[in-house]
Design a protein around this ligand. Structure first.
Ligand code: PEP
Length: 249
């Protein structure tokens, strides 16, 4: 039997104390007998609030970034130990918005994954090509290189990561990869994970990039799509619940 799918909401820099409460309350009310795994990755200041709101639910708490350092004079940074203090189970690393706006390198992303793993937090390692790279036929080389950096730094721990394929051109644009395009890249990533660890079956590969209530089912049915990383649609309870149900079939 295949493992339950994993649906992760990425709230990005959205939310507020009352909006978070309303969103989680509505998700909890509609959760019913959802059978997939689920998480929401919230901004750091809301970890404590959302930890309490999620208590007793099957939804795991997630964060959106972590420092490459363990502790010390790094003003503004948040360590993986701090995330663990709030019960964080997943942490996104290497989101394209951080690679682009904060110039995070492949080595940075690999070191962030390492910090998360050291604290028992599952890093959700994002990889993906830009439109120019896709048009130049470089998709496979780009995602393999991004994942290789994380494999290189993390050795046998690689079986404990989650990978998210997020084509940059599909994030927040309303332009989703077709199920065939997603499956093609997921198969490449699957082969790379298989070559890296005998425990490859533990590694979920999520698709992210304008996944929504309308297109989730056809993406999630692809053989190598183990779940989704959801941005915009994770901010609307009805849409997020529809995706959770599509992942529970
Ligand atoms: C994301 O931020 O990871 C993402 C996939 O965003 P969206 O679903 O809005 O494209």
């Amino acid at each position: 039997m295949s493992k339950p799918k994993l649906i992760v909401g990425n709230w990005k820099m959205n939310g507020g104390l009352s909006a978070n409460q309303a969103l989680i309350d509505e998700i909890k009310a509609g959760l019913g007998a959802v059978r997939c795994r689920a998480s929401v990755c919230v901004p750091h200041p809301y970890l404590a609030q959302v930890q309490l709101l999620l208590a007793g639910t099957p939804i795991a708490l997630g964060a959106q970034d972590v420092s490459i350092h363990a502790a010390g004079a790094y003003t503004g940074e948040v360590s993986s130990t701090m995330l663990r203090d709030f019960g964080v189970r997943y942490c996104i690393v290497g989101h394209s918005e951080r690679r682009q706006y904060h110039r995070e390198s492949e080595v940075d992303v690999a070191l962030k994954a390492k910090q998360a793993l050291a604290c028992g937090i599952t890093p959700i390692v994002c990889v993906g090509e830009t439109l120019a790279q896709r048009d130049a036929g470089e998709t496979e080389a780009v995602v393999k290189r991004q994942l290789a950096a994380v494999v290189h730094e993390n050795g046998h721990c690689i079986s404990e990561i989650v990978v998210a394929y997020e084509p940059v051109w599909a994030i927040g644009t309303g332009r989703t990869a077709t199920p065939e395009q997603a499956q093609e890249v997921h198969a490449v990533l699957r082969a790379q994970i298989k070559a890296a660890t005998p425990h490859h079956e533990r590694v979920a590969i999520l698709y992210g990039g304008s996944m929504n209530a309308a297109n989730a089912a056809e993406l999630l049915v692809q053989p190598d799509v183990d779940g989704g990383l959801i941005g915009g649609a994770a901010l609307k309870a009805t849409d997020f619940l529809t995706i959770l149900r599509a992942a529970s079939r």
